[in-house]
Write a protein that binds this ligand. Structure first.
Ligand SMILES: Nc1ncnc2c1ncn2[C@@H]1O[C@H](COP(=O)(O)OP(=O)(O)OP(=O)(O)O)[C@@H](O)[C@H]1O
Ligand SMILES: [Mg+2]
Length: 363
């Protein structure tokens, strides 16, 4: 078991600065998830921890040792990749034991380690099969089994579930959560799937352009996002961002409004606003509820309704022509083009400086 500390970690390819000074502490036994958009540096950071990429600057400490210049096999880490590189001509048993064979372990030792891994991953009945006789989820388990038998201090996962279909993904996600509890090892997991991040992580690191945006527990990030990028990245459907005008400010609050929004007073969270400033108001779709005529804080017309059974997602075109998404936790029918008013609890809204841009992503 081992804690991992990244201090001022940097990576450049020539003039391309990919990781620009990252500080992260991952506790012993913690499940830490790196999230962020494509190209933000998640895999690079993981590969630096694994020893597969040179470190351009800063220090990497695993288990109390600076390992910057140690080769991968001396770092006590095992990595599981997105494309599970298992050998088609070997049985599951031989695949799982592969690293042990290379290390020169005897048959009895290998059999014992493979048996233990197979028990943990519930694949004892698959050991004599070849990869072609396995499902995608079972193949991924073989790849994880190969990591387990090495008894690493640290497991590194780079989008291990992204090749699986939705149902299998959910099963495997739960299995990885159980595996973490069973082994108690430190795990670092890269994904761009925010559901995986929210459900598996003790700690989430949100990255953008090679820099950390925020580090915290899933609920800290969800309820107290440090900026509009983090706020927009976590949660599905994504948070709505309204362009608003600051009407007045008080000690800890700010009152904002626009052509579609009646004045609302929200916590300013230390951001210095002045009357007349432009700002962004963030409201999660789940915190919007339809209101009676004249009672809503927001006015618009229904542009689209998606009925998902237990949930209804409505897109409303607000009076100032901006789109707004509301997610209701029930089935409901709202005719296209009908007038719609919505309310929300100001305590659930977030205000951001106008320059603080949210991430635009499709969920
Ligand atoms: N060998 C290389 N030379 C130059 N640039 C590179 C090299 N490898 C990666 N990069 C750049 O580094 C950045 C980070 O890449 P990385 O693979 O870490 O992204 P990522 O966050 O894992 O993205 P994805 O979600 O798409 O896997 C990208 O902009 C990429 O183009
Ligand atoms: Mg990647």
């Amino acid at each position: 078991m081992a804690a991992i500390t990244l201090t001022g970690l940097k990576k450049s390819y020539g003039n391309a600065h990919v990781i620009k000074g990252v500080d992260i502490t991952i506790e012993d036994g913690e499940f830490c998830v790196f999230v962020g958009p494509s190209g933000c540096g998640k895999s690079t950071l993981l590969r630096m921890i694994a020893g597969l990429e040179d470190i351009s600057g800063g220090t990497l400490d695993i288990g109390g040792r600076v390992v910057n210049d140690l080769p991968p096999k001396e770092r006590g880490v095992a990595m599981v990749f997105q494309s599970y590189a298992i050998f088609p001509h070997m049985t599951v048993r031989e695949n799982v034991a592969f690293g042990l064979t290379i290390a020169g372990d005897d048959k009895a030792t290998k059999d014992a380690k493979v048996a233990e891994a197979a028990r943990i991953l519930q694949m004892e009945h698959l050991l004599e099969r070849r990869p072609s006789q396995l499902s995608g989820g079972q193949r991924q388990r073989v790849a994880i089994g190969r990591a387990i038998v090495r008894k690493p201090q640290v497991f590194l996962f780079d989008e291990p579930l992204s090749n699986l279909d939705a149902a299998l993904r959910m099963d495997m996600r739960m299995e990885i959560g159980k595996l973490h509890k069973a082994l108690g090892a430190t795990m670092v997991y890269v994904t761009h799937d925010q559901v995986e991040a929210m459900t598996l992580a003790d700690k989430i690191v949100v990255l953008k352009d090679g820099l950390v945006q925020q580090i915290g527990s899933p609920m800290e990030l969800y309820h107290n996002p440090a900026n509009a990028f983090v706020a927009g990245f976590l949660g599905s459907p994504s948070m709505n961002f309204l362009d608003v005008d600051v009407q007045s400010v008080a000690a800890d609050t700010v009152t904002v409004a626009n052509a579609a929004l009646k004045p609302v007073t929200v916590a300013s969270k230390g951001i210095a606003f002045a009357p007349g400033d432009k700002a962004r108001l963030g409201i999660r779709p789940q915190y919007l509820t339809p209101a009676e005529v004249g009672r809503g804080q927001l006015q618009g017309k229904v542009a689209l309704t998606e009925r998902l059974g237990a949930e209804t997602v409505i897109e409303v075109t607000l009076r100032d022509d901006s789109p707004l998404i509301a997610a209701l936790s029930r089935d409901a029918v709202y005719p296209l083009g009908s007038d719609m008013e919505l309310t929300f609890d100001p305590a659930e809204a977030h205000v951001f400086a106008q320059a603080d841009s949210p991430m635009k992503i499709a969920h």
